[in-house]
Every structure is written in structure tokens, then in C-alpha cells.
Design a binder for this molecule. Structure first.
Ligand SMILES: [Zn+2]
Length: 482
């Protein structure tokens, strides 16, 4: 793992860009986007070569996580989760963490994980005891959080000298200490493995752990990003600047937007980037929309029946998986040039595309190749224009020059264009399997997991069956002729 923030919506960057639009929370930037990208429905019929269509379909099939690998990883991670929670409840070191709970978030739980389930994101919910004053430190992603009044509740241990400002660094440091202490007592159910805490990264909100084979600390089998998440009080809505919610009325309807807005917002301990930071910026919190993103990706249909049955199955999730896979492959191919690119750029382009191409009949299963190419084209267009508004905070541009250097952006535009013109050469299976796959394979061959017949065997069986039917038909014809 490259140690970057992943899938929680924490890895994206921000920039202050203009004022809030007075029109119903639909800033100018979003209206411009809608205007540019609105496509007639029959654009899905754009012909593409059968070879390219097959490559895309084949790749989508391969990206499905193998059931066996998923169950092995889920078992290991769930055991870790449950025991950590027990430890926190019983630990008197930090009473504020005693009532912590896990929020399921991140792409594994959205079921769009790429290649293998070897990266997990977990948010540990910590409840704010009372109403907070949220002071914006940028265009709407970073905040200083203050209690409305002094308190004697356990959060007191994490306040600055003024007894009101909640310190993000104190909470993150406490999380590190607690996890280290927990690991001294915890053993992985499969005793060949152990968890290690990774080195701290300056702007990361996560405690990152790696699962390693005992005696071989360099071979990481999977990793977990554990993020403490401060949840605002039930009676408190989202911060002022983002209170209208995302622009999903056409796609999910007004009710859908109300539902999203009713979900609680959480803050993660992430420092503002940059030099010569003020005290506020050093203790800043970053708003996270991962709960809302999970809701939107899970209930993604324009109609309620989308993906309810085989007939109504759509290709939205598959398109996102393919885009993430391509982003991952591009980053592997050009690690230095595309250092600033992350999967959240893909997710953001995806959400914008969904809110514009909202109709379910534009995403039917058989349209997967066209839909994926459309999505890829949308990302290329955002890169070309240097304009990718954050989906929930649209005046923060994830492709602005201050956070995504022009040189890298130009490189990205060329790389995406090349992929499109050359028939997606990077969209092929990775050369090396992840170590987790090897483990799952061992599990399967040990008889612990039953694997479906290998594809080659099934194919052989099908061929034999076809030959048999053919010979039988020939015999019948022969009998009739005679
Ligand atoms: Zn669907």
C-alpha cells in the first residue's frame, strides 16, 4: 500500500473558490457542469468495437472479488474490530473512547473494491457531547471545532487550553496509543499472522495497520486504515456552507436529498496542508461525507427497482469499479507523475455523472462498455478543464492548480487520452496477484473453502457436451435420411 488516504473521501484536496451561490445550494460551478455534460439518451448507442466491448466486459467480471478471499479477509478484520471495541470499552486510559462504535464505510462496504479485499477502511465513531461551533477554515472542507460551553465530560482530556477547542492531534495520538496497547494483548485467530502499526503520516487522519506473516514483516497481506471520527450531536445539522446537500434532485429525487441530508456528518482529524500554519490549522478537522457516499452508492437507482432483480440490474457499480481499476493501473504505471491522483477523483467524477445521467435505462447491464467509456470521458473532460468540484462542497476544486500541479494534470490528460485512443491497454489483469489471493488459494486448496470448478475445466466440459450434442444430431439426421 502506498500509505495514501483511501476511499473514505479523505484523500481529496481542496481549494477556496468563490462564494456560495444564493440559488438553492446549486453553485454556478455545478450548473455549468450540468450544462456541459447533459447528454441525449441515445448517446449510449455510440458504437464501439466488439474487441473493446469484450475487453471491458471481461475486465469487469475479473474485478468481482472472489467469494473465498472476501470471507477470509472479512473474518480476520471482523475479529480485530470486535476485540478492539471490547478493549476500548474496558480501558480506563481514555474514558472518551469507551462509548466508541464502528461505522461501516469505505469502498469494501460499498462493494466496489478492486482486485482483492486487501485494503479496509474503518471509522471509529466518537460522539460529541454537545453542540459544536464549526468554524470554516477553507472553502468548506476544513473546520475548527469548539464546544459551545465548557464541559466535565470525558472529552475534556482532548481540549486545548481554552477548554473549548477540540484538538484533532490529541485525539489521533490517543488512538495510536490505544491501538498499540491493544495489539500487545491481541492475537490474530490464525496464529501465523500479526498486525503491525505503520509509521505516522503528517496529514493522515488514520492509524494504519498492516497484517503480516509472523517473521516476515515486509510482506503485507492486507491493511486497515482506522480513523477516529467525531460525530456531531443528533440535533445539529451539517455546517452552514454545505447545508443544502448535494445536487441529486433529478437523480435521487427531493426525498433522496432529504434522506442524505438527514445522515449525520462526521469530522476526521486531518490537518490542513501547507506551511506556516496557524494554531487553528494545526488542530483542524476535515468533514467526511463517507456515510452519505455509501448511501448513494448503495441506493443508486433513479427508480427503487434498480438492481432489485436480475432484469433490473444496472452497470453503475461495475463502471465505477472499472474506473478505479484504471486509476490504480495508471498510478502503478506512472507513480511519480500521477502521485496526486487518487481514487476519490474517480469517485467524484462518478457521482457527478450519476447526478447528470440519472435515468436507469442509460445504465443497463448491456450498456456497460459504453457507460464506462462515458465515465472515463467525463474524468478526462474534468482533467482537461482543470475543474472537478467536490461533490458535496462544489466550490472546492479537486483539480485546482494549488492542489493538483498543472504539469501532473497535463500528464493525466495525455495518459487518459492515450488509454482511450489505444483501446485501454492498461485495462488488463494485473501481472502480480496480491499476497492475500495466495492465502485464499491456500485456504481453498486445504479444503476449508470450496472453490467453483476452474474456468478451464468448465470450458472443457462445455466443449465435450457440445461435441456430444453435435454427434447425436448427426446420428438422428442420418437415421431420418436412411
Ligand atoms: Zn442499479
Amino acid at each position: 500500500m502506498d500509505g495514501k488516504d483511501r476511499n473514505l473521501g479523505l484523500g481529496e484536496k481542496w481549494e477556496k473558490k468563490g462564494k456560495l451561490s444564493p440559488v438553492g445550494g446549486l453553485p454556478e460551478v455545478r450548473r455549468r457542469l450540468n450544462h456541459q455534460n447533459q447528454q441525449p439518451e441515445d448517446e449510449c448507442l455510440t458504437p464501439i468495437s466488439p474487441e473493446l466491448a469484450n475487453l471491458i466486459k471481461q475486465r469487469a467480471k475479473e474485478l468481482k472479488i472472489r467469494k473465498a478471499a472476501r470471507s477470509w479477509a472479512a473474518q480476520v478484520v471482523n475479529d480485530f474490530r470486535e476485540n478492539l471495541l471490547k478493549f476500548l470499552k474496558n480501558s480506563t486510559d481514555q474514558p472518551f473512547f469507551q462509548s466508541a462504535e464502528f461505522l461501516s464505510s469505505g469502498s469494501y462496504f460499498e462493494n466496489v473494491k478492486i482486485h482483492s479485499p486487501d485494503e479496509f477502511d474503518m471509522m471509529l465513531k466518537l460522539q460529541a457531547p454537545s453542540l459544536l461551533t464549526m468554524t470554516k477554515l477553507d472553502g468548506g472542507l476544513f473546520y475548527r471545532l469548539d464546544l459551545n460551553r465548557p464541559t466535565r465530560s470525558p472529552i475534556q482530556a482532548f481540549l486545548l487550553e481554552n477548554q473549548l477547542t477540540i484538538s484533532s492531534s490529541k485525539i489521533l495520538n490517543a488512538m495510536y496509543e490505544l491501538v498499540r496497547k491493544f495489539l500487545k494483548t491481541y492475537t490474530v485467530p490464525d496464529k501465523q499472522f500479526c498486525w503491525k502499526v505503520n509509521r505516522k503520516r503528517p496529514t493522515s487522519p488514520a492509524v494504519t495497520l498492516s497484517l503480516c506473516r509472523i517473521g516476515n514483516n515486509t510482506d503485507e497481506l492486507m491493511s486497515v486504515d482506522l480513523v477516529p471520527a467525531l460525530m456531531v450531536h443528533d440535533s445539529q445539522g451539517w455546517p452552514q456552507g454545505v447545508r443544502d446537500g448535494p445536487d441529486v434532485d433529478n437523480w435521487l429525487g427531493r426525498k433522496g436529498r432529504q434522506k442524505i441530508k438527514s445522515l449525520p456528518c462526521v469530522f476526521v482529524p486531518k490537518r490542513l496542508k501547507g506551511r506556516k500554519l496557524g494554531e487553528d490549522a494545526k488542530e483542524s478537522w476535515r468533514i467526511s461525507f463517507s456515510i452519505m457516499e455509501k448511501e448513494m452508492i448503495t441506493k443508486h437507482g433513479h427508480t427503487k427497482t434498480c438492481c432489485e432483480t436480475y432484469i433490473t440490474k444496472c452497470c453503475r457499480k461495475q463502471s465505477l469499479m472499472l474506473l478505479k481499476s484504471l486509476i490504480e493501473a495508471l498510478k502503478q504505471r506512472f507513480p511519480k507523475e500521477l502521485e496526486d491522483l487518487c481514487s476519490y477523483h474517480g469517485k467524484t467524477a462518478f457521482l457527478h455523472t450519476l447526478s447528470i445521467r440519472f435515468s436507469d435505462n442509460m445504465w443497463t447491464r448491456k450498456q456497460l462498455p459504453q457507460c464506462f467509456l462515458h465515465l472515463l470521458g467525463a474524468l478526462e473532460e474534468h482533467a482537461r478543464s482543470g475543474d472537478l468540484p467536490h461533490f458535496f462542497v462544489p466550490h472546492c476544486n479537486l483539480f485546482s492548480a494549488s492542489v493538483f500541479p498543472r504539469k501532473s494534470l497535463a500528464f493525466l490528460v495525455n495518459a487518459l487520452e492515450e488509454q482511450r485512443k489505444e483501446g485501454l491497454p492498461l485495462l488488463k489483469p494485473p501481472a502480480l496477484d496480491s499476497p492475500l489471493r495466495a492465502v485464499s488459494f491456500l485456504e481453498e486448496t486445504n479444503g476449508k473453502q470450496l472453490n467453483p470448478k476452474p474456468a478451464a475445466q468448465s470450458l472443457q466440459f462445455t466443449n465435450q457436451l457440445v461435441s456430444l450434442v453435435f454427434v447425436a444430431a448427426l446420428c438422428i439426421c442420418f437415421i431420418f435420411l436412411v
